[in-house]
Design a binder for this molecule. Structure first.
Ligand code: GDP
Ligand code: MG
Length: 451
């Protein structure tokens, strides 16, 4: 997701960070390119204009900072404005204080409501709740059947009733109470186009049951059309947020970057695949980091925690926060990467992912990872914990131990140093949220593949 934009922005900003003092015309030129990149990513032109104006205004009077160069400040401003453009974070689901949490999903047919209903149910279960899925799409019996099958496969409670959607919703809430379930997810009917019937049905449901959240499910791949749909729904229904689906298939990101401004709603979750586990809490700041090629290490860690040993992942996160990454952490990340399915999906979350993808096109990332793993395994545990110990003779020993050249060992060592460096540079206001988000974890991977 966001590959094209990420690649472009990373290039522009990278050129900028080369020199020391920044000339105003350099900033202007860079912003012109940023503007082009955003427009090409299909971001709404009004949103782009506002974005550029704000970055420009802030860059001209760039706050003097002891720790950042002028160029770094521009990058920082771009990043902050990007976070703003993507929406203030409203992380995760809101649960009702009393009574069942009732979530209504609405949106056009094919947007991904049914799939997302199941994904959300799983998310609530991970958070310790007991979900009930309700199929209210009476227009299409096959749609209700689809939900039933998917619910069964995940062992999630399911209900449907052959009555009008509002009564069906009411019955679902009642059923949840009798079964001791505390989250009800309503999968409503969609239409191919916005129409009055669809909206009035949603209104009737809202009038009959107490909704905790009304979330619009919008398809990122439809680009600006998703924005139009979002605007129409936001005017007609009281929305609490948006779930943007199919971000995995959308290399441009125009919808993601325009929806907040156009609808006044925050994107709350992102669908990133067809499988039930493919739902991410949408974090504006992490997404901005991802777009700017700074990577999204926290999401990566969370993903890893779902698939691998949580204790190890937490330790790696602590080390990262302390600005220190041992080779044990590095090794763990490589192993988790390999255990997490297709490498390319995971790479999106790594710092420098765009360049990495470009550079490794044609080469075999899996083979590279195996090689890095072999190199790290040839280090002693002392060396892994304290990489500064690794001098010339140790390098030769590691190289022969892992069957590679000294230059390969050097690349792995350099990557770790660069990572450490990036941690320092990007750890803006360490401990603060921005600092946290910017921490690049396996950033060195990009460099290893890249060179
Ligand atoms: P509904 O008509 O709104 O209920 O949409 P569905 O849930 O039936 O989804 C329509 C299609 O989109 C199905 O083929 C889903 O597998 C697919 N889909 C839904 N969400 C995602 C996503 O996040 N990524 C991808 N790649 N496909 C998705
Ligand atoms: Mg459906």
């Amino acid at each position: 997701m966001f590959e094209t934009l990420s690649e472009r922005l990373t290039q522009v900003l990278h050129r900028l960070t080369g020199g020391g003092v920044l000339k105003p015309e350099e900033v202007a030129l860079a912003l012109k390119e940023v503007r082009m990149a955003l427009l090409e990513a299909d971001v709404n032109y009004k949103v782009v204009r506002q974005f550029i104006d704000r970055v420009q205004a802030r860059s001209v009077g760039a706050e003097v900072s002891a720790s950042l160069s002028p160029a770094q400040q521009v990058v920082k401003i771009v990043r902050e404005e990007l976070v703003d453009m993507l929406g203030a974070n409203q992380e995760g689901l809101h649960y009702a204080a009393a009574g069942p949490t009732t979530i209504m999903l609405c949106g056009l047919q094919g947007a991904g409501k049914t799939t997302t209903a199941v994904k959300l149910a799983l998310l609530t279960r991970r958070e310790g709740h007991r979900p009930l899925l309700a199929g209210l799409d009476r227009q299409r019996p096959a749609a209700v059947e689809q939900l039933r099958v998917m619910a069964d496969a995940q062992h999630i409670a399911f209900v449907s009733a052959d009555v009008a959607a509002d009564r069906g919703a009411e019955q679902a809430v009642a059923e949840a109470a009798t079964k001791g379930l505390d989250v009800v997810i309503l999968d409503t009917a969609g239409r191919l186009h916005m129409d009055g019937d669809l909206l009035s049905e949603l209104g009737r449901i809202a009038a009959r049951v107490s909704l905790t959240e009304t979330l619009l499910v919008a398809d990122a791949m439809t680009g600006q059309e998703a924005v139009n749909v979002g605007t129409a729904f936001a005017q007609a229904v009281r929305l609490d947020g948006i779930i943007l689906t199919k971000l995995d298939g959308d290399p441009r990101g125009g919808a993601a970057l325009s929806l907040r401004h156009a609808t006044g709603q925050s994107i709350r979750f992102a669908g990133v695949g067809e499988k039930p586990a493919d739902l991410e809490v949408f974090h504006a700041d992490r997404m901005a980091s991802r777009i700017l090629g700074m990577g999204d290490v926290l999401s990566l860690i969370e993903k890893a925690e779902r698939s691998v040993d949580p204790g190890q992942a937490r330790q790696a996160e602590r080390n990262l926060r302390a600005g220190h990454l041992t080779f044990d952490d590095f090794l763990m990340q490589i192993r988790q990467l390999r255990g997490m399915g297709p490498v390319s999906g995971v790479l999106d979350m790594l710092p420098g992912a765009a360049q990495l993808k470009a550079a490794s096109a044609g080469s075999d990332p899996e083979a590279e990872m195996r090689r890095m793993e072999a190199i790290i395994l040839s280090m002693t545990s002392a060396e892994r914990a304290r990489p500064e110990l690794i001098n010339g003779s140790r390098r030769r020993r590691i190289a022969s131990g892992s069957g590679v050249g000294v230059s390969d060992v050097n690349r792995v060592l350099r990557a770790r140093e660069q990572m450490q460096q990036m941690v320092k540079q990007l750890g803006l206001g360490a401990g603060g949220r921005r600092g946290r988000m910017a921490l690049p974890g396996a950033g060195g991977l990009g460099r290893i593949f890249g060179r």
